[in-house]
Design a binder for this molecule. Sequence first.
Ligand SMILES: Cc1cc2nc3c(=O)[nH]c(=O)nc-3n(C[C@H](O)[C@H](O)[C@H](O)COP(=O)(O)O)c2cc1C
Length: 249
Amino acid sequence: MAFGLCSKFQLSTYKRTILSWFWLSGRRDKGARLCRSHSSDVKDDLCKVLYLNSSGSDNRSFTGQIANEFLAKYRALHSGHVIEEIHLWDKKLLSFSLSHVESKMRIASGQDSPEDKLKLVAVKEMTSQLLAANKVVISCPMWNYSVPYVLKQYIDCVVQSDLTFSDTANGPEGLVTGRPLLLVTSSSSDFTNEPMKSLDFQVPYLKAIFGFIGFRDFHHIYIGNTKHIKREELITFARQRIEEEVSRF
Ligand SMILES: Cc1cc2nc3c(=O)[nH]c(=O)nc-3n(C[C@H](O)[C@H](O)[C@H](O)COP(=O)(O)O)c2cc1C
């Protein structure tokens, strides 16, 4: 009898151990499929990657090719994630202008008309899309030591007080927190060392302005010196960088 009870007890303990092992491994499995993001419980199928594309549409664009290859690898690893692309050269995209600034000022001083609020709807839509993204990828060739104007235009649209940053007693605070940001950049000269490094107003600027609205987790794939190194060599190197970055993004 005692033996019977004991073996029953042992059996149920054994069953419980097996069951809890399955339960835990299931949880681990689910955990592995969670989106690595600002909100640790975002499910896979709700994970959004926003791709801000300021590359040329020419398929020889280094940044365009490498960003696309990165996203293809990323998609293979995370088939459930949704990738949204904004082609920043799209002429239909919002241009932030003086009239937007004037509407914002009138709203701030309480002297606005319904048109002022209407004017800012498109701005809010753009900031909402950025806030809804769990991860962001930017492709950006260097233009005149900095970024192509279409990317600056996008930045002027989305860097907005009370939408993507807030002014607090301790100074401005970014509201787009906890998301990883991958920069895919390229330049015809090499900006990795001085004296050229000090002339790089592209990557430090992107890190500063996206840092300002809350990004902290920066990743970077750089295809430099494109004028002096063979394309095949540069692409081979960039593909190695994709392998390194894609698993931790
Ligand atoms: C308008 C324009 C300005 C550029 N300015 C620079 C520059 O300041 N420094 C530099 O090294 N390369 C400059 N470049 C070269 C590109 O950054 C370089 O060719 C890069 O590899 C292009 O990347 P992509 O193939 O993705 O467009 C410029 C190119 C263009 C079209």
